[in-house]
Design a protein around this ligand. Structure first.
Ligand SMILES: [Zn+2]
Length: 144
């Protein structure tokens, strides 16, 4: 598996149709999305490649409750003190991303573009590393 270090402590795991991310800091490991059903072995292998013990997995954050994002959640957690977080709960606590809505994806994109963010990671496709807000603003306001 090709792991991409997005920033120190954050690795992207391309899982075919979607991506998962492993964030690790002194508080443990956070897995963001779990991919389709059957992705657990690849995620466990990625953790091993990164030197992250399985018991350090503390949180699983699912950005969507779709099969391609949450399909392996049951295979991976919870173990020990791991818990699952809904995206709303996570965004309220950490303000890492605006709440997404399937009814207004354009509004969500505009809210992201309004932030001064350097890195943007997505469930599908490549992350934007460096001045991400500029790339997002070019999409939401191409004439601006
Ligand atoms: Zn998806």
């Amino acid at each position: 598996m090709h792991l991409l270090e997005v920033v120190p402590g954050l690795a992207m795991l391309p899982l075919g149709i979607s991506n998962a991310y492993l964030w690790h800091d002194p508080g443990g490991v956070t897995l963001i999305d779990t991919g389709r059903p059957g992705s657990a072995p690849a995620i466990k292998a990625a953790m091993q490649d990164l030197g992250l013990p399985r018991e350090e997995l503390r949180r699983i954050v699912l950005i969507r409750f779709h099969r391609d994002h949450a399909g392996s959640a049951a295979e991976l957690g919870p173990t020990g003190s791991a818990r699952r977080s809904s995206p709303e709960r996570t965004t309220r606590r950490s303000c890492t991303a605006p709440r997404q809505s399937h009814r207004s994806p354009w509004r969500s994109l505009e809210r992201l573009a309004a932030m001064d963010i350097d890195v943007a990671c997505f469930g599908h496709g490549e992350p934007i590393i460096g001045a991400a807000h500029q790339a997002l603003r070019r999409v939401t306001n191409p004439l601006g």
